[in-house]
Design a binder for this molecule. Structure first.
Ligand SMILES: [Zn+2]
Length: 343
């Protein structure tokens, strides 16, 4: 087990087991969002919650460990059962979500393939959004289409020419198998870079949601990502000169960042894996995000694999999300929307 993988598991387990949910609830007053100015004026526009699901192979094992696509690229249950378990929850609460799809699912054989396509078509029919999600190193449909092996997750390890081919091919695979043109994008492990911005622009993408303001990670491995310089929590137009610059605003791609927050020195994402902290994070944003001139978009991140065990049964994350949905629905002005519709 690599150190990075070990730490990833530990982060998830830390907030779910070591501290315990009841303690977390009492600590929620320690949640803080740097760079989010307190809005004093009256908030008249909606508070939009955009649930985003990175959709990949894998599952949650019986010890609550995440088996990610990289470890088991052919664990297609992460797609068909992961999507189905999310759909049941979302549809019950009439919440539309954005599913960022890794094209790796298109390597599945007949039985699994048909189950996946059925779920993807249901997503479209039910008004959810399908965007493109990029993991070059564990996306074997992409590698087959380009007849090339890729060994890194992050955009920074590829040339512009490679990135442009990768994004174009991913988009074409979705078009070929499910007949839609994705316009929203998230790079795997949030590892976008400036060349990727240019390639997204070239391929007609309108929205990116790779940014995790204030957070960087995996600096010494091939999953490296860096949004450490970004201090902005409202959408901006991405820069084609420096992807972390929020002032240039010189492309037509709108970055809708994932909601991030600080808790006792940890920089975290709005993610049901962080259990009760998701509600605490919502509370902070709901109270402080400016909605006097336009709606605020609160982006929550989860994964398809986190909704299913190896046998297809639903997971703790689905329970946490159900609790979250019931909680936020009571607040005035809260709406649920795909990213596409949110802008
Ligand atoms: Zn991913």
């Amino acid at each position: 087990m690599s150190i990075a993988y070990y730490l990833k598991i530990k982060t998830y387990r830390f907030f779910n087991t070591i501290l315990g949910e009841s303690i977390l609830k009492s600590l929620s007053s320690f949640v803080y969002v740097k760079g989010l100015k307190r809005a004093n004026a009256k908030n008249e526009f909606p508070f939009i919650i955009s649930i985003t699901i990175d959709t990949e192979s894998g599952y949650v094992d019986k010890n609550d460990y995440r088996i990610w696509q990289k470890l088991k690229p052919d664990a297609y249950i992460g797609y068909y059962k992961g999507i189905e378990n999310w759909r049941k929850l979302l549809n019950k609460h009439n919440a539309k979500a954005t599913f960022f799809l890794s094209a790796n699912c298109f390597t599945a054989k007949a039985g699994d393939y048909n189950k996946i396509i059925k779920q993807l078509k249901l997503l479209v029919k039910e008004g959810h959004e399908i965007g493109l999600h990029m993991h070059p190193d564990s996306d074997f449909a992409l590698q087959q289409a380009l007849n090339k092996k890729f060994d890194a997750t992050s955009a920074k390890f590829y040339s512009y020419v490679e990135i442009e081919k990768i994004i174009k091919t991913g988009k074409n695979l979705i078009k070929k198998h499910i007949g839609i043109n994705p316009i929203s994008f998230r790079w795997g492990n949030w590892a976008l870079n400036t060349d990727a911005v240019k390639a997204l622009q070239k391929n007609g993408f309108k929205i990116d949601s790779s940014a995790t303001p204030g957070i960087r990670g995996h600096q010494n491995d091939k999953m490296a990502y860096d949004w450490g310089k970004v201090n902005e929590h409202y959408p901006w137009k991405l820069s084609n000169a420096d992807y972390q610059n929020t002032k240039h605003q010189n492309t037509s791609i709108i970055e809708i960042p994932i909601a991030t927050f600080n808790f006792l020195g940890f920089n975290l994402r709005a993610d049901p894996a962080n259990s009760a902290l998701l509600q605490a994070c919502f509370d902070y944003y709901y109270k402080n995000a400016d909605r006097t001139k336009k709606p605020f978009v609160f982006v929550v991140i989860s994964h398809s694999i986190e909704a299913t065990h190896e046998d297809g049964s639903k997971t703790k994350v689905i329970g946490v999300m159900e609790e979250f949905l019931n909680y936020v629905k009571k607040f005035k002005g809260v709406k649920f929307s795909t990213l596409n519709k949110a802008i």
